[in-house]
Write a protein that binds this ligand. Structure first.
Ligand SMILES: N[C@@H](CCC(=O)N[C@@H](CS)C(=O)NCC(=O)O)C(=O)O
Ligand SMILES: [Fe+2]
Length: 358
């Protein structure tokens, strides 16, 4: 099985990708709106087919990427019927199975943080995705969205602590940088929910948390009740999604353009070659019209470049020029992309060069 734990630093949210090796079918649990592009890039780079995005609950602290990913990758949206959300493709009932290839996750109702929370347990009970029902040495708050401490106490005991002790627990958030725990560990050491702690103690603890409401709450809850569908139904936000070329976004966080596009649009962009002069004038040659600014001088010489015309950065293999896109971004340039594969791919595809050997 393929498994990835992804993190959104803004909301301290974990997103989980699980996929079946043979069929390449994948599920993504709790994707975050701002990370949709990253997650889509990973799914594509791993050669996966995203079947469903799954929500553990209607989040109060961030907006889900479910709708964006459905638009981008054709995934379907699933979450618990008890969530109260509109616009999903599948409403899960307790114990329902969500298949990916030959594997599946089982939906277990774990209400308490919200009234509609679900946890997802892997078919062989080696992993459970508990959302905000159970955190590493903690648990989700119970003071809004139908939250209820008594309900959470019982959900954790009946649905999560009933799993084998060695079952790994992957939570919906961690605010300290911890990544994983196990049923056995939490039964012993969870300061709120350990087996030795009684229900009344837990309720007392939760009633006195005194947490401020999540900053995004007024935006996040209404948006998540529509599975993250934005008010304006535009998928391409020109501020975020460049429209000047058919760019791809890599999991490494780089916008890239393919050589065939550049070859057809040479005159419309500024081509910045960030290699050293001896490489620029060496056997690989350079893209016609390219301007030489070695990577080490790029920030100091950025003022030589026009801000109104898109920039394509180039180097030998596409690695230094990827860094160049980041430096130019920091220097305030908004329309910048890396030439995918650099001069090596450009030459392999037999596009014209200035200078260079035959
Ligand atoms: N400061 C965070 C608070 C986030 C928050 O309240 N998270 C919920 C989960 S959605 C929670 O249960 N937090 C438990 C805790 O902070 O102990 C924000 O503004 O987003
Ligand atoms: Fe939550």
């Amino acid at each position: 099985m393929i498994f990835r734990q992804l993190f959104d630093p803004q909301s301290s949210t974990y997103t989980y990708l699980v996929a079946d090796d043979a069929s390449r079918e994948a599920l993504l649990i709790d994707p975050v709106f701002e990370q949709a592009r990253r997650d889509a890039a990973l799914v594509e780079e791993l050669g996966l087919k995203l079947k469903y995005t799954l929500e553990t609950h209607v989040h109060a602290d961030h907006v889900t990427a479910a709708w964006l990913l459905k638009e981008k990758l054709g995934s379907r949206i699933a979450l618990s019927a008890a969530s109260g959300a509109q616009g999903a493709d599948r409403y899960l009932q307790p114990q329902e199975k969500v298949a990916f290839g030959k594997r599946h996750l089982e939906a277990r109702p774990t209400a308490g943080h919200t009234a509609g929370c679900m946890s997802y347990v892997l078919d062989d009970r080696t992993m459970a995705f508990t959302g905000d029902a159970l955190f590493i040495r903690g648990c989700g708050r119970t003071d809004f969205q139908g939250g209820d401490a008594r309900t959470l106490y019982r959900s954790v005991r009946e649905q999560i602590f009933a799993l084998p002790d060695r079952c790994l627990i992957y939570p919906g958030h961690d605010y300290r940088g911890l990544t994983v725990t196990s049923v056995g560990e939490e039964k012993l050491y969870n300061p709120r929910l350990a087996e030795s702690i009684g229900e009344a103690d837990f309720v007392g603890y939760m009633t006195n948390l005194g947490l401020a409401h999540p900053k995004q709450m007024d935006v996040a809850i209404p948006a998540n009740l529509k599975c993250g569908k934005p008010e304006k139904t535009t998928t391409l936000n020109p501020r975020i999604d460049p429209t000047w070329a058919p760019l791809t976004y890599t999991f490494a966080g780089i916008w890239e353009v393919q050589p065939h596009w550049l070859e057809e649009h040479l005159r419309e962009v500024q081509i910045v070659d960030v290699r050293e002069p001896e490489e620029f004038n060496g056997p690989l040659g350079h893209v016609p019209g390219a301007r030489l600014i070695p990577l080490g001088m790029l920030t100091a010489r950025a003022a030589e470049l026009a801000r109104t015309q898109p920039i394509v950065t180039v180097c030998r293999s596409g690695a230094r020029s990827a860094q160049a896109t980041i430096l130019l971004g920091k220097a305030g340039f908004e329309q910048v992309a890396n030439l995918s594969g650099g001069m090596l791919r450009w030459r392999t595809q037999r596009f014209a060069v200035d200078g260079g050997a035959e």
